[in-house]
Design a protein around this ligand. Structure first.
Ligand SMILES: [Fe+2]
Length: 160
């Protein structure tokens, strides 16, 4: 005798045995695939916009902070890319999702907000999946993004 526990858009048996019907499991995988595509687009856009932001920065200190953040995004992109390939056996072609700001200050504000939203998004992906590797990676990378948000907040509010 068991009852179904709703979890992350699917259902698990109360005794913990996998009972997710194929169609729901398939939907979960489709959602995960779409989420990873969105994450790849986000990292790809961040890499592109932070290159522009680094050029807009006037101090060598700011440039070095932004360069380090950009390197993190490149490694995140590589992690997500290999997760995506393992999951789908396909390579994803990323897209730039929005245009990059034109001024340094606007760029910092936009980067700060984007990093904050990305933390939420990655933690949700981590919570939703039962795949331990994907769960850990998104949780780990969410911490990097939170750290980036703090850096951007510092650069934004320090004044020049
Ligand atoms: Fe970031």
């Amino acid at each position: 005798m068991y009852y179904l526990i709703p979890y992350a858009g699917g259902f698990y048996q109360s005794d913990g045995a996998p009972s997710v019907p194929f169609s729901i499991r398939n939907n979960l995988n489709t959602t995960l695939k779409t989420d990873i595509e969105k994450a790849l687009d986000g990292e790809y856009s961040a890499i592109y916009c932070y290159e522009i932001l680094e050029k807009l920065a006037t101090s060598s200190y700011d440039k070095s902070v932004i360069r380090e953040i950009r390197k993190d995004e490149e490694s995140h992109y590589n992690v997500f890319s290999s997760i995506y390939f393992n999951l789908t056996k396909q390579h994803y072609q990323p897209k730039i999702t929005e245009s990059c700001p034109n001024t340094y200050h606007e760029g910092l504000v936009s980067a700060f907000k984007d990093e904050q939203n990305t933390v939420d998004f990655y933690l949700k992906i981590s919570d939703k999946t039962s795949d331990q590797i994907i769960k850990n990676q998104f949780n780990r990378i969410a911490k990097d993004e939170q750290n980036h948000a703090v850096w951007f907040l510092y650069l934004m509010n320090r004044g020049n």
